[in-house]
Design a protein around this ligand. Sequence first.
Ligand code: SF4
Ligand code: SF4
Length: 375
Amino acid sequence: MSVVALWHCDEYSSAALDPIVREALGLLTFSQGDRVLVKANMLAARSPDACVTTHPALVESVCRALLDLGCSVTIGDSPGIEPFALVARVSGIAAVGEKLGVPVKELSRSTLCPANERRVNRRLELSADVLEADAVVSLPKLKTHCQMQLTMAVKNLFGTVVGTRKAQWHYAVGLDRSRFADVLLDILVSLPPVLSVMDGVRGMEGHGPSNGTPRQFGLIGASADAVALDAALCPMMGLPAEQYAILKAARARGIGDVDLDRFEWRGDFDPRTRFANVDIPALDALSLMPRFMDRLGRALLASRPEQDLSRCVQCGRCASICPAGALVLDGKKLRFDYSKCIRCYCCHEMCPRDAIVFREGALMRLFKRIGMART
Ligand code: SF4
Ligand code: SF4
């Protein structure tokens, strides 16, 4: 039986966060001298108000509580493309490290994970700093996600894949969300014990994970079972658990607990809460397609990324992150090679100006016109 705790929390003050965080840390056993890696979401160099990264006040509260328990604490992540020092400074997380005397470290050393029968992908490289820790405290941000629909506790662990190896995974799994979910679950089963503490005070809806609209959810969630925490939050966000690729894969593989009836609930937030009309990116119906139809699906069903020239500042980040080499910046214009594009939407995720927009595939538009797909 998994314990899932949910608390009301409407502000990032120490008075509001500290009692919750101390209770949350009680969900995993920490001993004096434990090396704990605090894995914040440090996706991009955005200020805390943008709600892209874990709020520094939560990072500070967690680190302070761990130090009080006698743990040796390091804050870390491996951002998508921008220099780590810049992301740490702009997100406010570098200042937390300086204030508490805690190292804020880029996860840059990659190492092969020991063999593990529970993995689908037998060969997996992760951050050595994370694998060498006694425990991980993961601090996801509650956000929508253009590829996976939601990014929560399990997805946050993708940051333990070092640097460009993330792009290699995107390239390897292509359009197949269930295969990407399997990679995420492989990461989960390869890590030391993970306690997830969800930053849902202010999260994001719409064009997440980096260009959506901030939204107040007023929630902190925690569990030592990342799958269970996602299972609890998914319906609250308005997405049935059976439609969320990560939970479908977790159920099929018997990883974590997805059955809400079996949870032991703690905290003062009602798990039956449903946030009204959360703007969740719709799927392209690709998950319904057999894998051999990847190429056809790309052409006919999947939304394709396009440049919004009015917003683009020609920074070139999208072209440098593209794992398929499907994108070049040619003067002011982005040139997409859609025959190569795997629709991973990393270009959208990394764009600082929300200048990558989506155009639905021709077949999908036809389905909608004749009422066969939801809008
Ligand atoms: S163009 Fe964008 S969506 Fe297509 S493969 Fe490159 S990063 Fe992914
Ligand atoms: S689309 Fe975004 S990431 Fe790409 S060049 Fe323009 S502003 Fe930069």
